[in-house]
Design a protein around this ligand. Structure first.
Ligand SMILES: [Zn+2]
Length: 260
């Protein structure tokens, strides 16, 4: 079986050394992963991984809403520079977040709009983080049209929200934390999504699945990216699909969404 991790943070120091991580991904059948930067200071580390293993690593350069207040004066030019250097790169992780700890909306808004515009102008897949901000997301998409394909990573919105996003080019990515019994409503949403728009992600080192779906335990509750096939088997069971069919579906969808 071949798997694609549509969203992780392989460059985060919490996950340890890259050579060992890449070896365990290979052994687990994870053919490719989209490695998302969350701040300007991480762009060089994400690029370095893509240089070390260009077959397996799709880089994504972006600014997470939590890091929106830290942007430098020339961040948009610098981001465009990385997109030029890596023709396969996406834009992300970016988005909108209205959870209590998130920065003020006024700081997040222009940074997200600029990334929507850059992704559209460069025709790159965009990865969106949206927490408690669906109304605001639709406002943003009305101001700046998205690129042809974009990902709602760790999608926990409603079926109605998904139906509004589908015609705009949205893909919906499932992470292992949604296998927790208290997240059963998310599984119900994924049962109602069009299969051709479902992606699979670890969001490693975050979003740890329940113990039954942890094949690669790590200290400090870190989620290892090689847990992807185990998370996939959890989603396959929930959707009533054979695991191999789910691997094939999500791998094909990820190739459609990110290219290659
Ligand atoms: Zn993430």
């Amino acid at each position: 079986m071949i798997w694609i991790d549509s969203h992780n943070h392989l460059h985060f120091p919490r996950l340890g050394e890259a050579t060992a991580l890449l070896a365990s991904l290979r052994d687990a059948g994870v053919a490719r992963c989209v490695v998302n930067a969350t701040a300007e200071a991480e762009w060089a580390a994400v690029a370095a991984l893509a240089v070390v293993d260009p077959e397996r690593i799709v880089p994504a350069f972006g600014i997470h809403p939590w890091h929106a207040p830290e942007v430098s004066g020339l961040w948009q030019e610098r981001l465009a520079g990385w997109l030029e250097r890596f023709p396969q790169a996406g834009v992300g992780e970016c988005g909108l977040d209205r959870s209590a700890a998130a920065p003020e909306e006024e700081l997040q808004w222009p940074v997200f709009l600029a990334q929507l515009r850059l992704a559209r102008e460069w025709q790159r897949t965009l990865t969106i983080h949206c927490v408690k901000a669906w109304g605001l997301l639709f406002e943003a998409l009305a101001v700046e049209a998205p690129p042809p394909r974009f990902v709602l990573h760790g999608f926990s919105g409603s079926v109605e929200t998904a139906r509004r996003l589908l015609p705009l080019g949205a893909y919906f990515s499932f992470c292992g934390e949604f296998l927790q019994p208290r997240r059963a409503a998310v599984l119900e949403t994924f049962r109602q999504l069009p299969p051709e728009r479902i992606l699979l992600e670890t969001d490693a080192p975050d979003m740890l699945p329940p113990p039954a779906w942890v094949s690669h335990p790590l200290a400090h509750c870190c989620n290892h990216p090689a847990n992807l096939p185990a998370i996939g088997s959890g989603l396959a069971a929930a959707l009533g699909m054979p695991v191999a069919a789910l691997a094939k579906l999500t791998t094909n969808n990820a190739r459609e969404c990110f290219g290659g």
